[in-house]
Design a protein around this ligand. Structure first.
Ligand code: NAP
Length: 336
């Protein structure tokens, strides 16, 4: 009798301990989630980040911006000039570069603007050396590696053209390595500088059917984190910008929404919150916009990576079908 009561007591104690342990683990997990959410809210709404004055704003220093003629690039260029940087615009199209330079001068007449035309898909080492000569004459304190291209439409890897694969690698990866290599020595010699590398959410959750773009942005993420740790002791800030959709030619999205900002509001957020993680656990990474940070928080905390990749795959399959139908419609002879 006494023994069976003892067994019952032991059983109850074990059950109570198990329940207490589960409750403890649950409470800790919930606290971690809530803390992550509070951190991202603080980061994206209140944290002012590192002041651009630390990188020479208003002191005659230069910001170098690649892909300056695209939607996000143009917005960043205007914002950099407004924040008292001189700007060196790098892109492949002379006419667009000139139009942007004129627009910047009209908005910020005190800013100096230079242009350098370079097609990253075919750039030679001589052209990079010519760019070096220009860079060496300037006090470059900010470099934004923003140029980027993607697949024309979601395309299975085995059907993608050699040219598109080659161009994505050259524009998204090679240009970033080459230009950073040209600029970093002068930043090291001054123990100051800011390097922002334009990444993508498609590295956080790989995108099937955009595999080369997605892989190239994974390179941007990994390389930026390694470089960030290398250069931090030398006084240089490296930031991998983890971007979800923005209204632009590349995204093919025309209307902004809560989750998809205009390029201008995105550029403002980027330059207002330098060095701010935005709740992400990824080192040397910034998600400056509340809506993008919330999406990352969900992906980092709920469901498995496999789930998100497969979710992405079905989205991309759908997008491809629609894009192919559109191509067919456009190719069909017009009937009067
Ligand atoms: N928009 C989004 O939803 C989104 C999301 C995540 C990440 N991003 C990243 O944000 C960055 C900017 O994208 P965006 O949306 O502003 O795209 P975009 O409007 O298409 O602009 C891309 C820029 O890259 C330039 N570029 C393209 N090919 C080039 C080449 N061969 N040589 C030199 N420059 C070249 C373009 O020049 P042209 O003007 O001559 O075409 C343009 O200035 C990219 O790195 C992209 O991956 C964008």
């Amino acid at each position: 009798m006494f023994e069976s009561q003892l067994d019952l007591l032991k059983g109850n104690t074990a059950l109570a301990l198990t329940v207490a342990l589960c409750l403890g683990v649950g409470a800790l997990s919930l606290a971690r989630l809530v803390l992550g959410l509070c951190t991202l809210l603080f980061d994206t709404l209140l944290n002012p980040g590192i002041s651009l004055r630390k990188f020479g704003a208003g002191q005659g220093h230069w910001a170098v911006l690649t892909g300056a003629t695209g939607d996000i690039g143009r917005a960043l260029a205007l914002e950099l000039a407004k924040r008292q940087f001189n700007v060196l615009l790098v892109a492949r199209n002379d006419a667009k570069l000139q139009a942007l330079a004129d627009e910047i001068q009209a908005h910020s007449p005190e800013a100096e603007v230079k242009q350098f035309q370079l097609d990253f898909a075919h750039a030679t080492s001589e052209e990079y050396q010519a760019l070096k000569a220009v860079l060496d004459e300037l006090t470059v304190s900010v470099l934004i590696n923003n140029a980027g291209i993607s697949h024309d439409i979601p395309t299975p890897f085995h059907l993608e053209t050699d040219k598109r694969i080659h161009d994505i690698v050259r524009v998204n990866i090679d240009s970033m390595l080459n230009i950073t290599h040209l600029v970093v020595p002068q930043m090291i010699s001054r123990s100051s500088g800011l390097i922002i590398n334009s990444g993508s959410f498609s590295a956080t959750v790989p995108s099937p059917l955009l595999s080369v773009y997605s892989g190239s942005k994974s390179f941007v993420s990994t390389w930026s984190q390694a470089l960030g740790a290398e250069l931090q002791p030398k006084g240089i800030v490296v930031e991998h910008l983890n971007t979800y959709f923005v209204v632009s030619a590349m995204s093919k999205i025309r209307r902004p929404s809560f989750f998809i900002p205009t390029a201008s509001s995105y550029a403002r957020a980027v330059l207002s919150r330098v060095g701010v993680p935005g709740g992400t656990k990824m080192p040397f990474t910034s998600i400056p916009l509340l809506s993008h940070a919330l999406l990352t928080w969900v992906v980092e905390n709920f469901f498995s990576r496999q789930f998100w990749i497969m979710y992405n795959r079905s989205l991309m399959i759908d997008t491809r079908k629609r894009a192919l139908r559109k191509r067919e419609r456009e190719a069909a002879p017009k009937s009067d």
